[in-house]
Design a protein around this ligand. Structure first.
Ligand SMILES: [Zn+2]
Length: 201
């Protein structure tokens, strides 16, 4: 047995358009926002994207988007996709392993309870997000799970943390998702059990 979740077909072409290095945090976040928006426009998953970059050089290691519904996988959140793709590409299980440069995870919102755990175990030494207030849950209805003091927990583990990077673009993507009427697979109130047709993308 084996499991894997593929990125959508459009992603490879989009990734080829990217420069090898994205020097600034804003440049990295802009790419993450674009992938999140494209994921909504193509109807290939939830309104989320994440990227793993070499912290200092900005080398693009991986970009992931949410694939929960098309991938039939409740853990296929953008952060998990990006982390797994980065580890696969580098052939490691720990992005903070010996001999590796520092890595940064960039996400278009505060990771949910699962992805926050995945971030801690990934080996990244830096996390940058577009926002962390209640906007995501208010606009889309997604359940982000129980919250802890994220900033404190990251600091305790030596992971630097940047919040509110190009926040408005994240809000725009969430509104686009809401207005498109797409499935909120784990909405508060039990939306996770809506069946997906077998021929869904
Ligand atoms: Zn998540």
């Amino acid at each position: 047995m084996e499991f894997g979740v593929a990125m959508p077909d459009w992603a490879e072409g989009e990734q080829k358009k990217l420069p090898e290095y994205l020097k600034t945090l804003e440049e990295r976040m802009r790419v993450v926002h674009r992938f999140a928006r494209l994921n909504v426009e193509h109807d290939t998953g939830g309104p989320f994207a994440a990227g793993v970059f070499e912290l200092k050089t900005g080398r693009v290691v991986s970009i992931g988007v949410n694939r929960v519904v098309p991938g039939r996988c409740s853990t296929a959140h953008a952060e998990v996709m990006a982390i797994a793709l980065a580890q696969k590409r580098l052939g490691v299980h720990d992005l903070g392993g010996e001999g590796l440069p520092d890595h940064q995870l960039v996400v278009n919102w505060l990771p949910c309870c699962m992805c926050f755990g995945a971030t801690l175990w990934s080996g990244v030494t830096s996390l940058a997000i577009a926002g962390s207030d209640g906007s995501l849950e208010e606009i889309t209805g997604f359940d982000e799970g129980p919250r802890i003091d994220n900033a404190k927990e990251l600091a305790k583990r030596g992971i630097e943390f940047f919040d509110n990077i190009l926040k408005d673009e994240a809000i725009d993507t969430f509104k686009l998702f809401r207005d498109s009427g797409r499935l909120v697979y784990n909405g508060r109130g039990g939306g996770a059990c809506i069946p997906v047709p077998a021929d869904a993308p």
